[in-house]
Design a binder for this molecule. Sequence first.
Ligand code: DGT
Ligand code: MG
Ligand code: MG
Length: 293
Amino acid sequence: MANSKYEYVKSFEQPDVLLPNTWIVVRIDGRGFHKLSDYYGFIKPNDRRALDLMNAAAVGVMKDLPDLCIAYGISDEYSFAFHPNCQLFERRSAKLVTTIVSTFTAHYIYLWGTYFPDTPLQPAALPSFDGRAVMYPNSRIFRDYMSWRQVDCHINNLYNTTFWSMVLQGGMDRREAELELKGTLSSDKNEILFKRFGINYNNEEEIYKKGSVLYRQYQLEEKSDSSMQEETSPLQEDMPSKTQQEKIRKLRRKVQVVVDHVDIIKDEFWERRPWILSGKPGKLPTEAKEVVA
Ligand code: DGT
Ligand code: MG
Ligand code: MG
C-alpha cells in the first residue's frame, strides 16, 4: 500500500509487549455483578447456575485459545494463564486481554439461556467483563498467585455462607449479621454454622469451597518433585518456532479440557500434572486419544 501523508499517525501507537519468559495471567472480572446478580435473582450466597455458566464460558476460551495452560475461577472472576514460552500475538498485552475478555463474554452471553432458561437476558443488564494482564517472573510466584486466589475463595465463601445463613435462616438483619461477624476467626464462623444452623462447613460443595480449575487432561503422573524444578530457560533459542507453536496448538486441541474443584495450593496438583508448569504437552490418556474436547 502506498504511503499517504496520514501514515505518520501510526507513530502514536504505543508498544505494549509483555516481558519475555514470564508467566502471563489475564484476570477478568464481571462488571457490576453485585447489581447484576440481584437483577437476575442469583441465589445467595452461591448460585450453581451462575458458576456453571462462568465455567462453561471459560472452557470455551480454553478451547479457542490452545496456548492457555490453566485457568482458575471464583465468583465473577477468572484467571487465564499463559506459559512463559507462549508467543501468542507476540505477547502484546492489549491483544491478549481484549481477545480473552471478548471471547469469554461472547461465550457467556451465548450460553446464558442454557443455564438460565427462565430468565432471559435484558438489554438493561447485559453482562460485561473487564480484564488485565499481569506478569509473574517464575513458577513459584505464579503458583503463589494461584494460591492467593484460592485462599480468597475459601475466605469469601466461609464468610458468605455464614452471613447468608444468619440472614436467611436465622432471620437476622444484614447489618446485625455483619456486625457480629466483624473480627471473627474461621473457627468462630465454623462454630456459628454448626451450632446455630447444623451446617458442617466441610460438607459444603467443593465447587464453592475450592473454586474451579480448568486444564487439559493428559495422563496423570505419579508424584515426583520435578515440577517445581522445571524453570524455563531465558534463551530465545529455546522458544518454540512458529511451526513448532502451531504443532503444539494442534496437539493441545486434541486434549479434553476438564473442570476440577481441587486444592491447587499444595504441591500434589502440580506434581501430578507436570505439563502445566513445563509448558510441554503430556501423554495423551490412552482411553481418550481421539477425544476432541
Ligand atoms: P466490579 O467488579 O468492581 O465491577 O463490581 P462487582 O459488583 O462485580 O463486585 P465484585 O467483582 O467485587 O464482586 C462480585 C459480586 O458478584 C458480588 O457482589 C457477589 C456477586 N456474585 C458472584 N457470584 C454470585 C453468586 O453465585 N450468587 C450471588 N448471589 N451473587 C454472586
Ligand atoms: Mg466484579
Ligand atoms: Mg469479582
